[in-house]
Design a protein around this ligand. Sequence first.
Ligand SMILES: *Cc1c(COP(=O)(O)O)cnc(C)c1O
Length: 424
Amino acid sequence: MSVSSEELHKRRGAAVARGVGSTISAYVDHAGGGTITDVEGREWIDFAAGIAVTNVGNSAPRVVEAVKAQVERFTHTCFMVAPYESYVAVCEQLNALTPGDFEKRSALFNSGAEAVENAVKIARHATGRPAVVVFDHAYHGRTNLTMALTAKNMPYKHRFGPFAGEVYRVPMSYPLRDGGLDGPTAAARAIEMVEKQVGAENVAALLIEPIQGEGGFVVPAQGFLPALREWATRAGVVFVADEIQTGFCRTGDWFACQHEGVEPDLVTLAKGIAGGLPLAAVTGRAELMDAVHVGGLGGTYGGNPIACAAALAAIETLRELDLAAAARRIGQVMGDRLRGIAARDPRIAEVRGRGAMLAVEIVVPGTLTPDPAATAAVSAACHAAGLLTLTCGTYGNVLRFLPPLVISEDELARGLDILEEAFG
Ligand SMILES: *Cc1c(COP(=O)(O)O)cnc(C)c1O
């Protein structure tokens, strides 16, 4: 071996800004299926998928082939300068795949945060209203506007303000921590706050993750999303679903909104869209999307041809391998094991999530007091034993699992064995 992870870590310390962290200190050599291998040949079972990005797996064969072919034809012309077919084809796919039978349009960007920013731009432009309503525990990105939309201070916002205005936060439905409020009641609580404190007629957009990601894999109570959807329709508010983490078969459907039959006006997409290449999108009602003047949306790299080729190949892979079904199967196998662990371990307050987006919330036994130290310890034990896991949650006490949807049964079982051992 020419280089060790330790040497690379030293070089990194002298070259890379400290503010950019990493979950593990090993350096990747290659990855595929359900594993990641470092430069020294050590292997991890991958329960992270690069934060819900490599749903089709790393270096998925169709993606590799499509990228290779595109990179030899042309690498960049800028769609705003000289357009090309793959951008149009990705938009056609997204318009067809996202929930809702109405006429849609899409625009492509580079990152999730950029998609969220553009959804807000479009909603404000189309409605002529300023306010954006977001929820407790929400995560929408790290740019200035999306920091304002994101709930958690450390590490995302601390000393990075001042933040963008006209952002209003209301309570989320969080069954474990809101006394088990039913969905419609939790929605009524949020809506009343908006009506009293903001005024519905001032609200451009209601922005929500159908299952929260960084905020702790919070699954709202049944009926919460439909009630908000209904209110938004009545109030002329644009309902924006941030499906950046939940999208592209992660939860066992193409999109998490589909579980309750909710049709958003706009959807923000990124992460799982292109098999690991940077791409993001806003997809939604044609009349909203097309309200913006020509030249009002765009960016140098948005919908880069290599990323578009990768997205078309990733979407084809999701479809051909029926990775939505794979996500449901992962959810079943993993859910059974997690519930088994939880039955024996009083630190686990709840197992939750959907499909291949599951988590456990860890507390001081017999209370709802979050235990981030125990969470970090279990996660570290997993890393040491060869399983890559991530934590999340406002209180840092949620251990989340996001395997690539192509993980093998054997890899999944080995990962769960390590996890079970880590809980001790
Ligand atoms: C990751 C994420 C974002 C931000 O995406 P980036 O590509 O990191 O900018 C926004 N919303 C949700 C729900 C996310 O999970």
